[in-house]
Ligand binder design. Structure first.
Ligand SMILES: NC(=O)c1ccc[n+]([C@@H]2O[C@H](COP(=O)([O-])OP(=O)(O)OC[C@H]3O[C@@H](n4cnc5c(N)ncnc54)[C@H](OP(=O)(O)O)[C@@H]3O)[C@@H](O)[C@H]2O)c1
Length: 164
């Protein structure tokens, strides 16, 4: 199993504002869909509140401390380890945020691969991606895209793998 983390992050580290995404990037949503399709998508309860419904073709796993949380069409885990155990038959489960879940996954060294959409803009926000020590990671792919009418900012799709 390869555990992947997927995130879009601005030049100043922002990933969210007011519970949602602080940009409109149609190609990034398509990229996210293509990568995660058919896989487990592990997200925190607050990100779940924003997503609001199970994403088609993905097995959604919501991480919460609440023992009462339940929602149709999603699986529930009370730790990241439990979430990954639910995904044990998946060759590439995805950790899809938000900040609390990313931080926990990186601190516990549970992630093997990073799919980072680097949004080339300084953006106002209230939720930030944790600092990453990039010397522990090898950049294996990079693809640049310009802004256009459907993509508010220019951005790059970056893929990193943990150095062994
Ligand atoms: N740019 C991106 O790629 C991206 C991706 C995802 C999300 N986001 C943004 O990130 C923001 C949300 O992030 P967030 O950090 O506020 O919330 P979050 O990480 O989505 O969810 C936090 C919740 O996870 C649960 N949790 C945290 N630690 C836990 C633990 N140790 N054990 C069990 N459950 C635990 C708790 O749920 P309970 O309170 O229910 O116990 C906590 O409230 C939104 O703005 C969203 O749009 C951005």
């Amino acid at each position: 199993m390869v555990v992947s983390l997927i995130v879009a992050v601005s030049s100043n580290g922002v990933i969210g504002r007011d519970g949602g995404l602080p940009w409109r990037l149609s190609n990034d949503l398509k990229h996210f869909k293509k990568l995660t399709m058919g896989h487990h998508l592990i997200i925190g309860r607050r990100t779940w509140d924003e997503v609001g419904k199970p994403l088609p073709g993905r097995t959604m796993v919501v991480v919460t401390r609440s023992r009462r949380f339940a929602s149709e069409g999603v699986r529930v885990a009370h730790s990241l380890e439990e979430a990954l155990d639910l995904a044990r038959d998946d060759d590439e489960p995805f950790i899809g945020g938000g900040a609390h879940i990313y931080r926990m996954a990186l601190e516990k060294i549970l992630v093997d691969r990073l799919y980072i959409t680097r949004v080339h803009a300084e953006v106002d926000g209230d939720t930030f991606f944790p600092d990453i020590k990039f010397d522990a990671w090898k950049l294996v792919s990079e693809e640049h895209h310009e802004a256009d009418e459907r993509n508010q900012h220019s951005f790059s799709f970056l893929v990193y793998e943990r150095k062994r």
